[in-house]
Design a protein around this ligand. Sequence first.
Ligand SMILES: Nc1ncnc2c1ncn2[C@@H]1O[C@H](COP(=O)(O)OP(=O)(O)OP(=O)(O)O)[C@@H](O)[C@H]1O
Ligand SMILES: [Mg+2]
Length: 367
Amino acid sequence: MGIAIEVEGLTKSFGSATIWEDVSLTVPPGEVSVLLGPSGTGKSVFLKALIGLLKPERGSIVVDGKDLTEASAKELYEIRRLFGVMFQDGALFGSMSLYDNTAFPLREHTKKKEDEIRDIVMEKLEMVGLGGDETKLPGEISGGMRKRAGLARSLVLDPEIILCDEPDSGLDPVRTAYLSQLLIDINAQLDCTILIVTHNINIARTVPDNMGMLFRRKLVMFGPREVLLTSDEPVVQQFLNGRRIGPIGMSEEKDEATMAEEQAHLEAGHHGGGVEELEGVPPQINATPGMPFRKAVKRRQDRVRQNLHLLPKNAQQAILESLGDDPGKARGDDPDDDDHDDRDDRGRHHGRSDDDARTESIPAQQQ
Ligand SMILES: Nc1ncnc2c1ncn2[C@@H]1O[C@H](COP(=O)(O)OP(=O)(O)OP(=O)(O)O)[C@@H](O)[C@H]1O
Ligand SMILES: [Mg+2]
């Protein structure tokens, strides 16, 4: 199972500008989490802090028992090997083929022979639907393909934690749906911790187990998906519905007077932006049939049930509904959910259908 990231009291500034302060959250191990937030609220800075590329002024980031903010260069190098990172801009080397780009971390961080490297690179490129494109240069493929190549590269070292910075930006809605499925399937196959930064409302509503949001230099909230999806915080509502009306402005936060003026326009019949009023908690995407079940589903249900009393009422209700009529019996995508005898002591599953399924790769997506 993937590793947790425990963040406590984290504050980051550049000069006199505080980007965010006192951020505390635990990214649950082996689960999929999403971090939302308007442009410029410091989401990319947050991801960079999590891998030690930027040093926060205060607070701690504990991964695998080590505090990154106090780690030596050598320790940091070791901790970073646990991470696979998909940067916002893909960050591929322009003069290298997709093959060499994907092989880069293996050549840099391991002593593997070229034939071993070939097997891993081709497996990961297949996984993201780029089998057959390995000789192409980043300049010769579409933006969406570059994103997927970045994802393939983030997978080659078998990461315990995957960080994805806006994996969907520049993708059409259909490819975004494929990407959502791919991220869930990767979680099902690797049981790794995944943290996704995104602006995409569909991804936010259907992919993660947990969600958080940065706004006005604070973490507004972070918790089970139901908490954000049922929140009546104006900033959360505005963001999830893609509305112009609300506390988030074009370049900065709005003042009260502007908000009142906009509200008056709205009441006079002017369109508020956004295409639909979304309410409630839509179903979460399951792993593709034939894939191993996502172990995160059961783990999250157990955790959420334990902490249910700490959550807001709306979230409690949504969670109880998702658990089925009998809140004592969880509903997940594990068909053998109530029978754990066929697992070994490392939690691996030996059920018939799953054994067959584990060897199956994710179907290639067409670009
Ligand atoms: N190395 C740096 N030095 C100084 N300021 C920086 C640096 N990196 C980021 N910033 C500032 O930190 C703020 C947050 O930037 P960041 O890239 O994290 O935003 P973001 O939430 O990822 O936005 P977007 O959604 O547009 O990607 C911005 O004001 C940016 O100018
Ligand atoms: Mg960013």
